[in-house]
Design a protein around this ligand. Structure first.
Ligand SMILES: Nc1ncnc2c1ncn2[C@@H]1O[C@H](COP(=O)(O)OP(=O)(O)OP(=O)(O)O)[C@@H](O)[C@H]1O
Length: 703
């Protein structure tokens, strides 16, 4: 396009670049589809593997009509060095800026989007937001323009490019303004699953997203500060910057429950990342036993306490017994004897090493066999490796190992600890008080691993024991969302899944609602095995309107003294209404009326209530002819109302929230502080408006 056209009608110029980029993406896809792999693959296994990779690539190259191919543009002042321009996936979109009147080519222009697109010559048309050259799109400011003369943000309606917004960062005459496109993005109604925020990541969020793979980052942030969004974008970034390594080692996102995982599961695919596992902590540890029971909270707190790790370590090690007799191995006409004291030395040496119990169990027969071989050599024989292996498998050696260092079954071990008071006492001595021991002992001891009613906390203990026996496989990176709710033992379970990798820990101390919830991030990171992690804080709120967050923040002194309230970026006057009804009987009709009022607006509606109130409200909604969804079910334009038990509200958001009877939400928890925290979570789910309805008195802390 000629330069004069660009300057006289910028939108047309940008649309032309969009159309050309789309055509280029289509061509890239066609190229991959046309690949003929028959000649390059030697056998059908290779062919199948290659074909699967090609299919993934075709999927990744799809042009999604509702996700804009690019959302920003940077015009650099100078030519960008190759090392900065190149991300791990190769080239970058580099176009010469339209030549001005003098036709002088200066810096370079980059279009920034979700993925890399190049034209038929391999020249880039759109560059990935994760490439180093894209970072100034998020970070450049008037104070520090990072060599960017001109930043442009694009606005879309449907799939159409309809608006743009310019900042001339090096022009002192241009006044500073907040971006209307950012504001519009934040206020866009929230129908459907969680969306990516790639076009509007804020500078302090970007810093966390791009922090290196080597280190663990912990983010403390109040409701709606973008912790979940940041964690998911960080995975996408790491997969871009370290794709090969992470493809080998794997990545995992941990969330509090299934409905939450459903809510977030679309974000990574929208960013082109399909290979990230998602699970709850229960999913991770429940692979070994089926969880069918529940604990009293006092028992669960003790089982989740880090001291249990030491009890388990002692219990596992207690299986090692000093040898009484030596070993006599008979081979042919000869007998070889390894005396007890020598086996004891081997055992002591294995105990002194930082070795898994099971690995030592495997090593001991080889050590004994080696001692036998030494004797054979001394006697003039010339045994080889095969002889050593044969000796290691000799029944006498096996019997000795069984007596000295027997195999340990993790589930059986935990079952014994939880059912055999003497066994527990022997290993918990000096660690758990007598009272604590009584609390963890099962009321109705099960006979077998199969018949036991394992609880979630038991499964974590078994996982710990299993790790003492055999090292748990570590992934390359793990993101833990709503981390404040994990027990120390759960942190350990997650920590061993990233022992050789790194983690992103996301949470809010004020939203901890488990009896064992995190009191300080330093402690949590210690249990995770990442004590050297940095703790960052996010304070700008992108969800909850100012009035609503101010109301909810009245609870902070009671639930998390010392935490600063979130600074909302959203001024929405009239977003909060608190209404009292005279009698309990009037509550349900008033709640239904408030839902109907909210339904008149665009966007999703969440009716949040104490878990115990859900059946009554479900019936009332039904009687009034309103269909409703459960949390995690996707809202659509046709079906926008979700009935949310307070216990499942964490992490979710709705455009309009109707909150039923706060006192019942508080009373639904075992203690007042947990109740108020649950209420804080419920009060902070609304994007546009919150209506609080109550027949009972409001908790005084809200007063
Ligand atoms: N930079 C941003 N641009 C646009 N929207 C954003 C940005 N950051 C966060 N948001 C939006 O704000 C909302 C809240 O984000 P998110 O759920 O990640 O917050 P959170 O800190 O995890 O909240 P909670 O503590 O309640 O779980 C989401 O709708 C998210 O898309």
């Amino acid at each position: 396009m000629p330069a004069h056209e660009e300057s006289s009608n910028p939108l047309a110029g940008e649309r032309a670049h969009l159309a050309a980029s789309r055509a280029a993406l289509r061509a890239m896809r066609e190229d991959v589809k046309a690949l003929d792999i028959r000649d390059v693959t030697a056998n059908w296994v290779n062919a199948a593997v290659l074909q699967a990779q090609i299919d993934d690539r075709i999927k990744a190259l799809a042009d999604l009509s509702h996700t804009p191919l690019f959302f920003g543009r940077l015009d650099y002042l100078h030519v960008v060095g190759a090392e900065k321009a190149e991300g791990s996936s190769g080239g970058v979109a580099r176009n010469a800026p339209a030549e001005g009147g003098g036709g002088r080519r200066e810096g370079e222009r980059f279009y920034i989007g979700r993925r890399h697109v190049h034209d038929a010559h391999g020249d880039p048309m759109v560059i990935d937001w994760r490439a180093p050259v894209s970072q100034p799109f998020y970070q450049a400011s008037r104070n520090n323009p990072l060599d960017v003369a001109h930043r442009r943000r694009f606005g879309y309606t449907g799939g159409e490019l309809t608006a743009y917004e310019d900042e001339h960062l090096t022009d002192p005459a241009e006044p500073e303004q907040t971006s209307k496109l950012l504001q519009a993005e934040i206020e866009r109604p929230r129908v459907g699953p969680m969306r990516d925020i790639v076009a509007t990541i804020q500078p302090e969020q970007d810093e966390i997203v791009r922090s290196g793979l080597g280190g663990t980052v912990c983010v403390q942030g109040g409701p709606g500060t973008g912790k979940t969004a940041v964690g998911l974008h960080r995975v996408a970034y790491l997969l871009y910057a370290h794709r090969e390594r992470l493809a080998r080692t794997g990545t995992l996102v941990i969330g509090p429950n299934r409905s939450f995982l459903h809510y977030i599961e679309q974000v990574l695919p929208a960013l082109g990342e399909l290979e990230v596992q998602q699970a709850t902590v229960e999913d991770l540890v429940a692979a070994r036993v089926e969880v069918r029971g529940t604990d009293e909270s006092a028992a669960a707190v003790i089982k989740g306490d880090a001291r249990m790790a030491e009890v388990l370590r002692r219990a596992v090690r207690s299986h090692v017994t000093p040898p009484v007799d030596g070993v006599v191995v008979v081979r042919g006409s000869r007998r070889w004897r390894v005396p007890a004291y020598e086996i004891e030395e081997m055992v002591n040496e294995l105990l002194a090493r930082d070795m898994r119990y099971g690995a030592a169990h495997e090593a001991l027969p080889q050590r004994i066999a080696h001692a036998v071989l030494v004797r054979m050599e001394e006697a003039g024989e010339a045994p080889d490796d095969r002889v050593q292996n044969a000796v290691a498998r000799n029944p006498a050696v096996k019997a000795a190992v069984k007596a000295v260092w027997p195999a340990v079954d993790p589930a059986k071990l935990v079952l014994r600890l939880l059912t055999d008071a003497e066994f527990l006492a022997a290993h918990a001595e000096g660690i758990l008080t007598g009272d604590e021991q009584k609390r963890v002992l099962a009321a109705k001891p099960a006979r077998s691993v199969k018949s036991a009613k394992w609880t979630a906390a038991d499964a974590v203990l078994i996982d710990e024991a299993a790790d003492l026996v055999a090292r748990t496989h570590s992934l390359g990176h793990v993101v833990i969302d709503e981390a404040q709710d994990l027990s120390p033992m759960q942190y350990r379970a997650v920590g061993r899944r990233c022992s050789t990798g790194s983690a992103t820990v996301l949470g809010d101390l004020a939203q901890g609602t488990t009896p064992w919830s995190t009191r300080s991030w330093e402690q949590a990171l210690f249990h995770l095995g990442k004590a050297d992690a940095v703790v960052e804080e996010l304070t700008a709120g992108f969800r909850v309107p100012r009035e609503v967050i101010a109301y909810a923040s009245r609870l902070l002194p009671a639930i998390s003294p010392g935490l600063a309230p979130v600074e909302s970026v959203r001024e929405t006057p009239g977003s909060l209404a608190v209404r009292a009804v005279e009698t309990a009987g009037e509550l349900d009709p008033a709640v239904i009326a408030a839902c109907e009022e909210s339904l008149r607006h665009e966007g999703s509606i969440g009716l949040i209530a104490a878990d115990a109130r859900i059946p009554a409200l479900a019936a009332a909604l039904g009687a009034a002819g309103h269909a409703y969804l459960s949390p995690g079910e996707e809202t659509t334009a046709a079906s926008r109302l979700t009935l949310v038990p307070a216990s499942l509200a964490k992490g979710l958001e709705y455009d309009y929230v109707v909150l039923d009877e706060p006192a019942a939400v508080v009373d639904g928890e075992p203690d007042e502080r947990t109740g108020l925290r649950r209420l804080y979570v419920a009060l902070t789910r609304a994007v546009s408006g919150l209506v609080v309805l109550h027949a009972a008195e409001l908790p005084e802390q809200l007063g």
